[in-house]
Structure formats: structure tokens, C-alpha cells
Design a protein around this ligand. Structure first.
Ligand SMILES: *Cc1c(COP(=O)(O)O)cnc(C)c1O
Length: 426
């Protein structure tokens, strides 16, 4: 950045010379990667634009009705646009899907019946999914889980080099297997996001064994990271959160489910009830936010991923273990840093909180969040509460004390979050 900008950082914001130089140098080294990311962003922007134009989006789609929400043109338009962007037959995009976990749980509970088998092909899933499946640690189980309903469950751990164990997935498949699920993003784990190439390999091997087996993917944090999506490589159904990538920081809440029409219909009977499906459901005036957020999302994801990449390179230079590795190709927007120490982890989250536009003056405190089995500290000084497409950092307080950094509605802001976090370290 310019001398003028660096001066502002030093004089107005108290950032040390050493931190400024470090980030400037890392950014220089990252230029080729940033150019590639800008190209991905440009393609995704046009892909989204084309979906709006192909579906003839107009101002009446911002209207909404009341009661049952029959014939809500806006809701139907939003769902057509999502289906176009993800190249699927159908979509459910609803503000009353309360989060990503709910979108995933609705999908799994909609697809699986007693005696059906679910295989998680990417190892232990995200913490909150443990409660949905019924595998969360003893004493903390709920009723109405998949196991409770008599669904059979297998988990295939990743290989030592942290990719899908394709042969183990092949041998796990039985004549009861109904769904093979994968989680693209890291979750609270220590692994890179699953690549689209590996996802495609799983789709091929599963469908070679039995084309009836449904391949599902949790695409949280994966949207618009590349020019194509899991549904472009044959995934049958996919879910994600609107307060992450595709909401573009504008959607106030919600989740999406996209995929084959028959499967989305089946899931819609779980979202509402059999017979009603996706034909009812109020949108509470959110269609405009959801559409505008989707339109902005490619650029927002571009900012977030550049911020995460910068963060990874900087902490690698500072001698911390980072995941994904510095300069590695990414399949999500998350940067994990192993601090190995609760205080450092909290200090990092604190620095990110103090860089926020909202609640910058508060100190995040670890708490017992619903759905999680360890205390979690979350820095999210966001316009939308808990939104992690906005600059945020969080960490479950357990060994080996890994903090997860993500988001940034602008790269300039994410960059500042990185500067602020290293300012106290050096
Ligand atoms: C965020 C996330 C979810 C869903 O989390 P919510 O907080 O319920 O939105 C699921 N899987 C992964 C990998 C995630 O990152």
C-alpha cells in the first residue's frame, strides 16, 4: 500500500512499523494468487448476473405477502435464481431456515428413513452435526436425532494426508447406503477444505457402485471460492447458510438447499410438512436482501478469501502452524491458526473483535453455545449477528487451541484485522 496509507495506520490507528512492513511484503508475494482470485470473482459475478437476467428478475420480486405465503413470486424467483447459479433442477431458499445446521439437518432428516444408512465420507462432521446425527459425546444427546430414528451411520476418517479415503468409502458402501455425505469446509477441525476434484472422485465412485445413492454436500463457506460448485461435479443435493458466503453480508438470516428436483421436494416435506412442501412459507420481506446479497457475494467472497490468504501467510511467517498452508489453493474461506494456548487464542479473537465496525469496544468471552460441546469464543462485530462472512474469528476452547479466521466484507477491512492481530504479538 501507499506511504500515505501506512502513515494513517501508524498515526491514527497505532499500528507498528514492523506489522505494516510484514503485511506489505506478504501482499507483494501474494499478487499472483490475488490476480487468480480476481479472475474467479469476475467469472462468478457474471454467472450470478446471468442467473438474474435469465430469470427476468424485476422489482415486483421484492414484494411479499402474508399468511400462508401462497404464490409468493419473489420467493419463487429467489429459488429459481439459486437453482440457476448452482446449475440444479430445484432450490429451497428460506429466511426461516435458521442456520446452516438447520439446512443440513433438514436435508438429512428429509432424505433418510429408518434402516437407511448414512456415510460421512469426510470424517467427523462439524460439531453441531454431531447432535443432529446423534453421535455427540455421551450425556449430551437429544431425541429426534438420525440415530434415534433408526438411521444407520458410518464415518470414514480422512487419510493421514487429510484427503478423502476413497478406498475406505468404497468398502463402507453397503446395500443399505442411502446417502454419502461430505463436508467441504474445515469446521472446527485441522484439515484443508475438501477440493472439488476429490468431491468429484467421490461422486464418480459412489454412482458407479449405485447411481441411486444420494451424494450430499455441506457447502458452508465454499460458495464462489472457485468458478464451479459441487453441484457442477455431480453432487445430488447441497446445503449452506445465508449468513455465510451466498448471503453476501446482506441477507439477514436463512439457508439454502439446492439439488435434484425429486430430492429437494422430499426435503421440502420435512422443512414444512408432507403435502405442503415448498409451496408455502412467508419470506418476511427478505427477498430483496437475499437477491442483493447473492449478487454481491462473489466480490465479498473474493475479499474474504484474500484476507484469509494474507492471514495464513503472515502467521506462517510468524512461526505458527496454519491450515490451509501458506500459498495453498483453497476450497473454502477459512484460515485456521494453531496457537496451542488458550490465552493467545482469546487474544487473537479479541484483536479481531476490536477491528470490527460494530461492538469493537467489547471483549468476547468463551461461552456454552447451544449445539457445541466445548466452550466457544466468537469475535463477530457484525451488522448481522453471528455472520461469519463478515470479519470474524472463533475458536472452541480445547486442545490444541486452534482459532479460525474468516470473512471480511471488504479486503481493506480483513487486511486491517490481520494487522491489528499481529500488532500485539510483535
Ligand atoms: C458454519 C458451518 C455449518 C453450520 O453452522 P451454523 O452455525 O449452524 O450456520 C455447518 N458446517 C460447516 C462446515 C460450517 O462451517
Amino acid at each position: 500500500m501507499s506511504e500515505r496509507y501506512d502513515d494513517f495506520l501508524r498515526k491514527e490507528l497505532g499500528i507498528k512499523e514492523q506489522a505494516i512492513n510484514m503485511v506489505n511484503e506478504a501482499e507483494q508475494e501474494l499478487q499472483p494468487m490475488f490476480t487468480e482470485l480476481d479472475d474467479i470473482c469476475a467469472i462468478n459475478q457474471l454467472k450470478v448476473l446471468k442467473a438474474f437476467q435469465d430469470n427476468r428478475i424485476n422489482a415486483t420480486h421484492f414484494n411479499w405477502n402474508t399468511g400462508y405465503g401462497y404464490d409468493d413470486d419473489g420467493r419463487e424467483a429467489v429459488e429459481r435464481v439459486y437453482a440457476s447459479v448452482f446449475h440444479t433442477e430445484a432450490a429451497l431458499v428460506r429466511p426461516n431456515i435458521v442456520n446452516g445446521t438447520h439446512a443440513i439437518a433438514t436435508t438429512l432428516l428429509g432424505l433418510l428413513k429408518p434402516g437407511d444408512e448414512l456415510i460421512e465420507a469426510s470424517g467427523k462432521p462439524y460439531d453441531t452435526l454431531g447432535n443432529v446425527i446423534g453421535t455427540a459425546k455421551e450425556g449430551d444427546n437429544f431425541t429426534g436425532t438420525l440415530l434415534d430414528y433408526g438411521v444407520l451411520y458410518k464415518e470414514v476418517p480422512l487419510t493421514p494426508d487429510m484427503d478423502i479415503d476413497f478406498e475406505a468409502v468404497r468398502s463402507a458402501i453397503s446395500n443399505k447406503t442411502k446417502v454419502v455425505a461430505m463436508q467441504r469446509s474445515t469446521g472446527y477441525d485441522w484439515r484443508p477444505a475438501i477440493s472439488l476434484a476429490s468431491i468429484e472422485k467421490v461422486v464418480t465412485l459412489v454412482h458407479e457402485i449405485n447411481p441411486e445413492i444420494i451424494v450430499f454436500i455441506d457447502n458452508c463457506y465454499g460458495e464462489f471460492v472457485d468458478t464451479y460448485e459441487p453441484t457442477d461435479v455431480g453432487v445430488d443435493i447441497m446445503a449452506g447458510s445465508l449468513i455465510k458466503n451466498p448471503g453476501g453480508g446482506i441477507a439477514l438470516s436463512g439457508g439454502y438447499i439446492v439439488g435434484r428436483a425429486d430430492l429437494v421436494e422430499q426435503v421440502s416435506y420435512r422443512l414444512t410438512c408432507p403435502g405442503i412442501g415448498g409451496e408455502c412459507g412467508l419470506t418476511y420481506g427478505q427477498n430483496r436482501n437475499v437477491l442483493q446479497g447473492l449478487f454481491l457475494s462473489p466480490k465479498i467472497v473474493n475479499s474474504a478469501i484474500k484476507g484469509a490468504t494474507l492471514c495464513g501467510v503472515i502467521y506462517d511467517k510468524l512461526g505458527y502452524e496454519v491450515m490451509p498452508r501458506a500459498f495453498a489453493k483453497r476450497s473454502d474461506i477459512i484460515q485456521a491458526i494453531k496457537f496451542g494456548d488458550a490465552d493467545k487464542t482469546c487474544a487473537f479473537c479479541n484483536a479481531v473483535q476490536s477491528s470490527a465496525p460494530i461492538d469493537s469496544y467489547v471483549t468476547p468471552i468463551p461461552w456454552d453455545m447451544p449445539g457445541y460441546n466445548d466452550q466457544v469464543i466468537m469475535a463477530a462485530g457484525a451488522f448481522v449477528m453471528g455472520s461469519s462472512i463478515e470479519l470474524s474469528a472463533d475458536a472452541p476452547l480445547r486442545e490444541p487451541y486452534i482459532a479460525y479466521f474468516q470473512g471480511g466484507l471488504t479486503y481493506e477491512h480483513a487486511r486491517f484485522g490481520v494487522l491489528k492481530s499481529i500488532n500485539s504479538l510483535i
